[in-house]
Design a protein around this ligand. Structure first.
Ligand code: KG4
Ligand code: ZN
Length: 389
């Protein structure tokens, strides 16, 4: 089946068209097109995501990228097809809080045939409520115009299942039980999955999420938003100059690394960086590189150690890592090293470009949901900003 997926939970507006086949045990996904507009430039001046600006930009950008995604997938057929006055009134009501989206959608929808799409999957949560609602209302509007069934997908499930997407659309078969580590801007969680839809959280952060810590430390160091990648680039420079460090110049703590639970804490590392920076006054480029490297080391050590402990305790057959932070090349490498010599567990990480927010993963999560629970009723579909797995 052909899935049109929509992601607007945070600061990326993304639409993908994905062909999905197979049953729940052996699904396969072929990417037909993916369009994404990042709002980095808009939020950079605030140093973080500004929800009402995110909403405005999603409303502005959804129709242009919808058109682009249809074109790239060769699914746009131009024709004059007026929408009835009655339907327009319903759409206007549905999109009353997104008037720009309403105008743009009507102008475009009246010029195309009903797209050859079997299902719409839209992120319903977790995320920023105003941002989520734009996507959810857009999905409802498409349903109203063309009567295409809808499911509301879980963004975090999307991050996990993004590992199922392969370049050539091959089947990928994950063995369960699996342990999932979710590391994004809002989440740091260890989750046991007895199968594809049954999950149990065994640990989580007590304060900042790991991506949030990257972003905050980067901001303290005057790096550009979003901070994860900027901080990694600095750390990489230091690693090139000093492959092995016996004693770091600016040692940072490894909070909760030895606790018997599977929880995390990252705000202590962040505060330690703040004190370090205060002591140095105006750090040189080399000093900044050294701090960034120690920060990346500290965070990675904690993540790897706790995950290893969970592998040893629960003996899962697979380890899945999802979320924007697994775009980090150093963290990817350290997890590969940790699992290389274990023949009891297979590591699954998404392609780097599917690690950060995207709509492809929402097609996958939506397909899973449709297979096991069927479609949603668009009338009762709502954004759920605190949705958990
Ligand atoms: O999954 P994601 O795109 O959005 C959320 O669902 O939160 O994750 C975004 C987070 C941000 O905090 C960003 O700084 C972090 O992922 N991130 C990285 C890297 N690329 C993105 N963190 C460390 N290293 C990276 N290369
Ligand atoms: Zn995300």
């Amino acid at each position: 089946m052909i899935i049109l997926s929509i992601e607007t939970s945070c600061d990326e507006t993304a639409i993908a068209i994905v062909e999905a086949n197979g049953d729940i045990k052996k699904p396969n996904f072929k990417l037909l097109s993916h369009s994404l507009i990042s709002q980095i430039d808009i939020h950079a001046k605030y140093g973080g995501v500004f929800p009402s600006e995110a909403k405005r930009a999603h409303a502005e950008n959804l129709v242009p990228i919808f058109a682009e995604a249809l074109q790239k997938a060769k699914k746009e057929v131009r024709i004059s097809r007026p929408i009835s006055t009655e339907k327009k009134a319903q759409l206007k009501k549905l999109l009353e809080r997104e008037p720009v989206l309403f105008e743009k959608l009507i102008s475009y929808a009246e010029t195309i045939e009903k797209p050859e799409v079997d299902m719409i999957s839209v992120t319903k949560g977790p995320g920023l409520p105003p941002a989520l609602w734009v996507g959810v209302n857009f999905a409802k509007a498409l349903n109203l115009i063309w009567d295409i069934p809808v499911v509301g997908a879980n963004h975090m499930e999307g991050h996990i299942l993004s590992v199922l997407v392969t370049k050539d659309g091959d089947e990928k078969n994950i063995e369960f039980p699996a342990l999932s580590l979710l590391i994004s801007g809002g989440h740091t969680e260890l989750v046991i999955m007895s199968d594809i839809e049954n999950t149990e959280k065994i640990g989580q952060t007590k304060d900042d999420a790991v991506g949030e810590a990257f972003d905050k430390v980067a901001r303290m160091m005057g790096l550009s938003y979003p901070g994860g990648i900027s901080l990694h680039v600095l750390a990489r420079e230091h690693r090139k100059d000093f492959p092995i460090v016996e004693k770091p110049d600016f040692p940072l703590p490894r909070p909760m690394i030895h606790t018997p639970d599977f929880d995390f804490s990252f705000s202590g590392i962040k505060t330690a960086v703040l004190y370090t920076l205060k002591k140095i006054d105006s750090p040189t480029e080399k000093q900044k590189q050294s701090i960034a490297r120690e920060f990346e080391d500290a965070v990675t050590e904690v993540l790897v150690k706790k995950t290893k402990k969970a592998l040893d305790k629960y003996n899962p057959k697979s380890l899945i890592i999802g979320g924007g932070v697994i775009a980090n090349p150093y963290i990817r490498e350290e997890f590969s090293k940790m699992t290389k010599d274990r023949d009891d567990v297979t590591l699954y990480i998404p392609d780097r470009n599917l690690a950060t927010d995207n709509a492809v993963m929402i097609a996958v999560a939506g397909y899973r949901q449709m297979l096991t629970r069927g479609f949603d009723n668009p009338q009762t579909l709502v954004a759920e900003s605190n949705l958990s797995l």
